[in-house]
Design a binder for this molecule. Structure first.
Ligand code: NDP
Length: 437
């Protein structure tokens, strides 16, 4: 187990306290207000605002749904099903990146099979009249409420496990209980040898719920109106393409910051268990009661633009991954890649090298992949048109998140690679948007 001095926090204690306090104080009520506004107040912030003005705190407590037995049952069945798929579906053995302590996590790549089996099972349950997804929509508030409390308890479990029974050497305390709880203690927590907790929370519960809820909203609109509006179709298809891309590339995701650098704590796990199912899916939640007709031309153009953005985002990740996997012996935009050979020292004092790609998408800016990510979110939201701001909350949130993430990643890489990162910044001066930022 790493000693306290070896474990660095991502932000200063002050920033951590401030962000933790605001996350704990504002995020749970925000999730409930978002759901309430989308489902019961026509998506209008003004309407919800007026309600709160009139009824005050008591009114807010009244709209906060209690976690019911139905909500717990839905969450439990879904979670158990996903855990079983993660454990038992066959998949290729893949290795994650070597951690700073020299540990190399091994995974079973069965995400794509789990994804298709989940959607197939869900649609079959509906088709054969065994379970109607509208039940999920009708109990959405209770489900979010249960997730808010349940995930908090889950994060306490993660903290205790990190203290008492860490799964690998990539674990440690920074000496501050609050920061340990918030940023997490273990990088690769597991139950037993094979059940990876972060793969479960981030991928199989969080990301999977995105696709399941997207389908749920579509079915709810169909059952409510007897048809699905083209706006809802564009939204659902784009979200499904995005999540399909995610699972197609899931083994690549295991090499990213979320898995390889961010520890399993409140910040990432609560976010994946609560924020993804509620906030990420919110444009679809809005559309259920707003069957907007875009017309074929606008619908097709929006769909194609969204697919193009998702493809470019995928291609950025693919380029980096292929470049690293082949040790730079690949072609990037039909040319040999230009690169920096960067050396760094691990916590155990070993010197290692990594390759930094400086051509292709990674030569445009240091985090160009965030541009198509944000644009794709815009294109699956724009079918909601511009009557209300709230459907665009996710796009705004994502933009802020990714700007912060680019900064965190730059800081981390600067301290890891030192002069080599400086060289990369000189070669590729923009952080996200070429020519602007
Ligand atoms: P990545 O982890 O994939 O990329 C950053 C890492 O790549 C760095 O930490 C560094 O790691 C390495 N790296 C940096 N520059 C280079 C380079 N020039 N050549 C090779 N390697 C380099 O980024 P993210 O995790 O942020 O993003 C992954 C995907 O997830 C993206 O598609 C992103 O859009 C998406 N995403 C979506 C979010 C959402 O909420 N919807 C949130 C965040 C991300 P090393 O230490 O190995 O050198």
């Amino acid at each position: 187990m790493a000693t306290s001095s070896e474990t660095k926090t991502v932000h200063s204690p002050l920033v951590t306290y401030a962000s933790m306090l605001s996350l704990l104080t504002f995020c749970p009520p925000f999730v409930i207000l978002l759901w309430y506004t989308m489902v019961h107040a026509d998506g209008s912030i003004t309407r919800t605002g007026n309600y709160l003005k009139q009824h005050g705190l008591q009114g807010f407590i009244q709209i906060w749904p209690k976690p019911t037995a139905t909500a717990w049952k839905i969450i439990f069945c879904y979670g158990a099903f996903e855990a079983a798929l993660q454990l038992f579906l066959p998949g290729k053995r893949v290795q994650g990146p070597i951690s700073p302590t020299g540990h190399c996590p091994v995974y079973k790549a069965n995400g794509m099979a789990a994804y298709f089996l989940t959607l197939f099972t869900y649609l079959s349950l509906w088709w054969f009249g065994i379970f109607n997804p509208t039940v999920v929509y009708d109990h959405l508030g209770e489900i979010f409420s249960a997730l808010i409390f349940g995930s908090f308890i889950f994060c306490i479990f993660l903290y205790i496990k990190g203290q008492l029974a860490p799964s690998s050497t990539d674990s440690g305390s920074c000496g501050n209980i609050i920061i340990d709880f918030y940023w997490g203690m273990e990088l690769y927590p597991r139950i037993g040898k094979d059940f990876d907790i972060k793969v479960f929370t981030n991928c199989r519960f969080g990301m999977m719920s995105w696709s399941v809820l997207a389908v749920t909203y579509c079915i709810k609109q169909y059952e409510q109106n007897g048809r699905v509006a083209d706006s809802m179709l564009v939204n659902t298809i784009l979200m499904l393409v995005y999540v399909t891309k995610f699972f197609w590339w899931e083994a690549g995701y295991w090499n990213t910051m979320d898995i390889a650098h961010d520890r399993a704590g409140f910040y990432i796990c609560w976010g994946c268990l609560v924020w993804v199912p509620s906030v990420y899916t919110s444009p679809g939640m809005y559309l259920v009661n707003h069957p907007i007709n875009l017309g074929t031309q606008l619908a097709v153009c929006t769909l194609l633009a969204g697919i193009l953005c998702i493809y470019i985002n995928y291609d950025c990740d693919r380029q980096r991954q292929e470049f690293r996997q082949t040790n730079g012996k690949c072609s990037i935009w039909r040319k040999a890649p230009s690169k920096i050979v960067a050396s760094y020292t691990t916590t155990s004092g070993e010197t290692k090298t990594s390759l930094l790609l400086t051509s292709g998408w990674w030569g445009l800016s240091r985090h160009f992949h965030y541009v198509p990510e944000i644009l794709a979110a815009f294109f699956w939201t724009v079918p909601a048109l511009f009557n209300h701001f709230l459907p665009y909350f996710y796009v705004v949130f994502l933009t802020i998140l990714l700007i912060d993430r680019a900064k965190r990643d730059d800081d981390r890489c600067r301290s890891k690679y030192g002069k080599y990162w400086k060289l990369y910044c000189e070669k590729v001066p923009y952080k996200i948007l070429p020519g602007v930022y």
